[in-house]
Ligand binder design. Sequence first.
Ligand code: ADP
Ligand code: ADP
Ligand code: MG
Length: 489
Amino acid sequence: MIEKVLIANRGEIALRVIRTCRALGIKTVAVYSDEDANSLHVKQATESYHIGEAAPAKSYLNQEKILEVMLSSGADAIHPGYGFLSENDDFARLCEKNKINFIGPSADSMNLCGDKMKCKAAMLKAGVPTVPGSPGLVKDAKDAARIANDIGYPVMLKSVYGGGGRGIRIVNNDKELHGGYESVTGESIAAVGKSAILVEKFLEKTRHIEYQMARDMHGNTVHIFERECSIQRRNQKLIEQTPSPVVDEETRARIGQLVCNAADAVDYTNLGTAEFLRADNGEFYFIEINARLQVEHPITEYVSGLDLVKLQIDIANGEPMPFRQEDLRMNGYAIECRINAEDTFLDFAPSTGPVPDVNIPAGPGVRCDTYLYPGCTVSPFYDSLMAKLVTWGQTFEESRSRMLAALDDFYIQGVETSIPLYKTILGSKEYKNGNLSTDFLKRYGMVDRLAEDLKKEKELKAEAAVAAAMAYSEYFKSRVQGAGQGWKR
Ligand code: ADP
Ligand code: ADP
Ligand code: MG
């Protein structure tokens, strides 16, 4: 049984894992870089160890160093969080070799899931529909152009090793293809040191709908419903919700069964996510499996009532799935906003630096997973995600209005944030009506609408200030005129 977990991550996800371990009476070991010496996860863990310089390659990606801490601290398991080493099958194998329980799938299964091409092939074999595209990897840009002309532009070039919106590019014609090929190759090599490219049909006006899945070591598989993650920028998720407005009971069960087949096909263990694109005609196409805990897992926790990190630990302990598919019920509506440190008007460029003060929202149906505290710093070395603001409601409307109120309540001093943009989006009729698609921001000109909203807000504030000044001067005049006549009521 797991008694001490090393968390090979930082930020909100390290805190999230520590929280569940505490509740289960499991000891925790934090690791941190120079940059994170004052971070909350370092204070909250049972033990903490410095592992190197700020740059991820020198700390959170340093496998040997992390292994060394694991062995010397006597941790018997490792939780990788998301990002960093979470989907690195070499690292999972290194843990297996050293008899450390890696809380996630086996190295072999991870290797298969981590390769978009191999995984698509396995899905096709299991009868799961995938996005039409090249039958295998393309040899070079010329080969990619030939296939692109076959399937018809626009196409998506993807590195099989890409992730987090990096290593993928839309290309509209032969002219754009060469530049696109170069940049996908470059990004992939920069991120993981290698590149291999596939071509996919670019599906227009699609929704990103994914399924949470779980499979234990005894072959029991369940899906824990869908999440709609169509509100994105640069192919990265911003706002997620569950249930999806376009998934009914029948579809939920039908695609859910495909997801369970998919998990069986790659002999998956622990929690994972199967991602799909849903075309406008209602067809679902598999895109990839994320072999780890997903950023947006809290919305699934809200509607399922489960602690997904606990479920991960139970499965890693070899326990059988504590419920069957038919025991799972979806309750209510949940929304997550990823609160990023970025400037919407500078093309979402990161905004970093000290945060002298914060106010973190709370209240019924409001959850905020964050590393922020008054006096902390947002580092330029890591992900721009500062907080995940999550709300639950008995109806979609309750969840949405709680989110709007919580966004108002959220105050972060010192850096630009995505909060104003989310207020505009959550307040729009398109969002309310569930008219979602992965090009939502561009399709409805959300950034321009934010600029208008901010201008209006400024004007209203100015008007209110003038009105207050006028009222005061009237009051003052009446006092002067009335002087010597006693108080008038
Ligand atoms: P998800 O749906 O869970 O966001 P993605 O494939 O989009 O899945 O990306 C995984 C997450 O890991 C993203 O939020 C990404 O920004 C994050 N990530 C990637 N690299 C790092 C890192 N170095 N530190 C923290 N988070 C990271
Ligand atoms: P990553 O590994 O970076 O998460 P994905 O393959 O999951 O990459 O794709 C990320 C996003 O890119 C999707 O959510 C979707 O918005 C868009 N996308 C990916 N493939 C396609 C496609 N074939 N057609 C249209 N959009 C796509
Ligand atoms: Mg993805």
